[in-house]
Structure formats: C-alpha cells, structure tokens
Design a protein around this ligand. Structure first.
Ligand code: ZN
Length: 332
C-alpha cells in the first residue's frame, strides 16, 4: 500500500488546526482585540523647566517638567494615544500633603498646559497623597501611625476639586480609603463638575510590583507598609466587594491593579459588572520585561503583545501601561 493511500488511523471530524492554517484564517477567527482607544500612558510630572530625568529601574520612562510633558503628550497624540494619566512628584513634602491641593501644584499646572495645547487629549489625574507626604503613606496619620480614613478622604476631596478646576477630565483615586469615591462625587457635583468622571482604583493590592514606581515617585513609606489600606493579594472575593461599593458610590470606571498576577480578579469583575474596567500594568511588571529583554532572554515586542492581549482577554477595556506608547506605535 502506498503511503498516500493509507487510511488514517484516526477518524477525526473535529480538526481545530484548520482554523490556524494561515495568517488570513487566524485573522478571520481572532476572538480578542486590544482596544487601542483604551490605552493610557502614565506620565510623571516634576517641577522645573526642560527636565527629562530618566528612571533607572524603568528604562524608557522619565520624570518630565510641565513643558516637556506637553511636548511628550503631543508626540503621544501623533501616534494615536488618547489619554494620559498624571502623577505629580513635588519638591515639597509634608505630613499633610499640602502641595497636593495647591492650585498651582505640578499636576494642576500640567493639566492646564496639556488641555490648552491638546484639548482633545483626555487628562486623567491619579489622586493620592503618598507622593506628597514626607512619611510616604497615602494619607494623614493617626497617633499610632496608621492612616486615618476620614481625615484623608477630606484631604482627597480638597485636592480633587483643584484637579477639576484645572481641567482634568477623569479623577482616579488610588488611595484605597473607604468612602472616598462617594465623597469626591458629591463634592464634584456640588461644585458644578458633573462632567468630571471618576475612575476608581477599586481593587488595588498591596503589591511588591510597585517597587520601581516608588523609586520614580520617591514615595516609599518611611516606616511600615500599606497593608492596612491596600488589599491582601490572597483575596479575590473582597475585590468584588470593593468594586461594587465604588460603583454604588458613583464610580464611572473601576480598576484592578496590578495586572499580570491578578487577571483572575479582572475576569471575575468583568463577569459581575457592566461598567468599563481598567487594569494597571504596573512599574514592576514593566521593569521585569525590560530587564529580561535587555539581557536578550525574551523578545520584548512579542511579550508585550501577548500581555496586552491577555489583559483584553481577561476583560479589560482600558489598559494603563508604560508600554502604551510603544504598543500603539507598532499597532496603531
Ligand atoms: Zn498612595
């Protein structure tokens, strides 16, 4: 018997490989696409002029003064980025984060300058105190050194109003205090800022993946850690509770942070809520990919493409990533 005449020992009717047989066939049946309009590039804003100060543990990312941030945002707009997320790194820190609610603070200045130069660019402002406190915690400390919830919420509301007045489109509280979304929403509405949206860092875990960010923002707590307010990495059901509370309080978008090690949480939130869902592909995740790529151990572009797809496949509509610019440059 000739080889070609031989009957298969298999009697298969299902052959899934048919749908992988060519690039066109694979394009035809692809299930997941990354929402390019939902890619958000974080920017670190510092005082001064003409400042572009590289962050050693985040190759390709730098702290920018307001003028340079405007130039950078123009370059981002040219490749199709529609939204930036601002973090302020002030030169003055105190126990009450007073440089955070300064109407002329770095984030407020950057928001005004970016909206003036590029009105169509969405400006999202991270809202927390840890970059602004001398102790590096996310709020006001009580006598025992723990973060005092309600006083911290008052501080956040005060800062949020200055962000809204500076033209910020979306306020993104990342502090994990209880009740802050509702308090911010009420104050925004009372002040006529009904169009300012809230993207809540709803399930933000106490994670070692934030390490490089803390170098970038000089915000490592001077004592203790953030486990009394950020979530325990062991808990997934609690993430749903946090998300549902934030939605009840008026959040427009909810978020899970970090991304890579928490995609089960992203999926479970996706299955439970209709609101847009964001993931934050954080600094440590970025640093690991960059470091391995620089050593020639992985193919950075293929890894980034795979990660972005994984975030979308898990259910994220919005992906905040230091890779956003690079990804859109290659795929936009
Ligand atoms: Zn914080």
């Amino acid at each position: 018997m000739q080889l070609g005449e031989r009957k298969s020992v298999l009697s298969l009717t299902a052959r899934p490989r048919r749908l992988r047989s060519s690039p066109s066939m694979r394009d035809l049946v692809r299930e997941t696409h990354v929402n390019l309009g939902g890619l958000v590039q974080p920017l670190f804003i510092v005082p001064g002029e003409r400042v572009r100060s590289p962050i050693a543990s985040m190759p390709g990312v730098a702290r920018l003064s307001v003028d340079v941030a405007v130039e950078e945002t123009k370059a981002l707009a040219d490749i199709g980025i529609r939204a930036v997320l601002l973090f302020g790194i002030p030169d003055f820190k105190d126990a009450h984060a007073s440089s955070n609610y300064d109407p002329h603070g770095v984030v407020q200045q950057a928001a005004r300058a970016i909206k003036a130069a590029l009105p169509q660019m969405l400006v999202i402002a991270d809202l927390c105190n840890c970059e602004y406190t001398d102790h590096g915690h996310c709020g006001i400390l009580d006598g025992s050194g723990d973060v005092e919830n309600d006083a911290t919420v008052e501080l956040l509301v005060r800062t949020a109003m200055t962000y809204a007045n500076a033209g910020v489109d979306v306020i993104a509280p990342s502090d994990m205090m209880d009740g802050r979304v509702g308090a911010i929403r009420r104050s925004l509405d009372d002040d006529g800022h009904t169009r300012v949206a809230i993207m809540a860092y709803s399930a933000k875990y106490a994670s070692a993946f934030y390490g490089p960010f803390r170098e970038a923002a000089d915000s490592t707590p001077s004592f203790g850690d953030r486990r009394s307010y950020q979530m325990d990495p062991a808990n997934a059901r609690e993430a749903l509770r946090e998300v549902l509370l934030d939605i009840d309080e008026g959040a427009d978008v909810v978020m899970v942070k970090p991304a890579m090690a928490y995609l089960d949480v992203v999926r479970s939130v996706r299955e439970r809520v209709e609101l847009p869902l964001a993931v934050y592909n954080v600094s440590g995740e970025y640093a690991m990919v960059k470091a391995a790529a620089q050593n020639g151990w992985i193919d950075e572009e293929r890894i980034v493409d795979e990660l972005m797809l994984a975030f979308a496949r898990a259910g994220a509509d919005i992906i905040i990533s230091y890779f956003a610019k690079d990804y859109l440059r290659r795929h936009g």
